[in-house]
Write a protein that binds this ligand. Structure first.
Ligand code: SF4
Ligand code: SF4
Length: 224
């Protein structure tokens, strides 16, 4: 899940500037789960923008705002209302903003949301970063706890000397990721994994922008 937060209204109004007629897009996936761009949030944004003197020509929650087939379909369904707008406000992550922007000719797209990280939804309003999409997952070696993301220093071989009572020296409110890894490996009888030295990450795997192209669906066990 792409964890995100809504920009504050003043920032959105500033980004809209002289664009007085606005179409608002949301997303039924991450943006709805994070309460940044579902039906409820779009209705609230419409009310707020109208109170600020804007005209909202329409709203639509796309099933998945970064899925190009869905974007094309929803834009076609809402074409008249989008044509009537000066700009389109996207209440979804930056991938959604760019997907919609790629399909709209001569129509500015305005982000209404800040994408923050890939994480878990603990409950509505409580989210935790769990993965940096490093391109080379090593969770098998740590029994499912990512040191790259959950250790404040991103140590692949830990812990450092700073943890105290199981907490991180950088932020004592947070558990030391390597203490968690140690406990889990021990409980599950895999403590031998802790003795292995992990090799440095191959940073060539994160050259941006990253792309993945399949000529055909991937088969189980196939090398990429
Ligand atoms: S090692 Fe961590 S950052 Fe890399 S893919 Fe796995 S969970 Fe994500
Ligand atoms: S105390 Fe633990 S989580 Fe914090 S930086 Fe050191 S190894 Fe990482």
């Amino acid at each position: 899940m792409i964890i995100q937060k809504q920009k504050d209204l003043e920032t959105i109004k500033k980004s809209l500037g002289e664009f007085n007629k606005v179409f608002i897009v949301g997303c039924a996936d991450c943006a709805t789960a994070c309460k940044t761009g579902g039906e409820e949030e779009l209705a609230a944004m419409k009310t707020a923008l109208e109170a600020a003197g804007k005209t909202v020509t329409g709203t639509s929650v796309f099933d998945t705002a970064c899925l190009l087939g869905e974007v094309r379909k929803k834009i076609a369904e809402n074409q008249a209302a989008i044509d009537a707008a000066d700009a389109v406000l996207i209440m979804a992550c930056g991938s959604g903003v760019q997907a919609v922007g790629d399909y709209l000719e001569n129509k500015p797209v305005i982000p209404g949301v800040d994408a923050l990280f890939i994480g878990e939804v603990l409950r509505a309003g409580k989210y935790e970063e769990k993965c940096q999409a490093c391109g080379e997952c090593i969770l098998d070696l740590t029994d499912g706890i990512c040191p790259l993301t959950r250790c404040a220093k991103g140590l692949l071989n830990g812990p450092c000397g700073g943890y105290k009572n199981g907490k991180c020296e950088i932020d004592p409110d947070k558990d030391c990721a390597w203490v968690l890894i140690y406990k889990r490996l021990k409980e599950r009888g895999h403590i031998d994994k802790m003795r292995q030295i992990m090799a440095a990450k191959d940073n060539s795997k994160v050259h941006r922008p990253r792309r993945l192209v399949w000529e055909r669906p991937q088969k189980v066990g196939e090398k990429k």
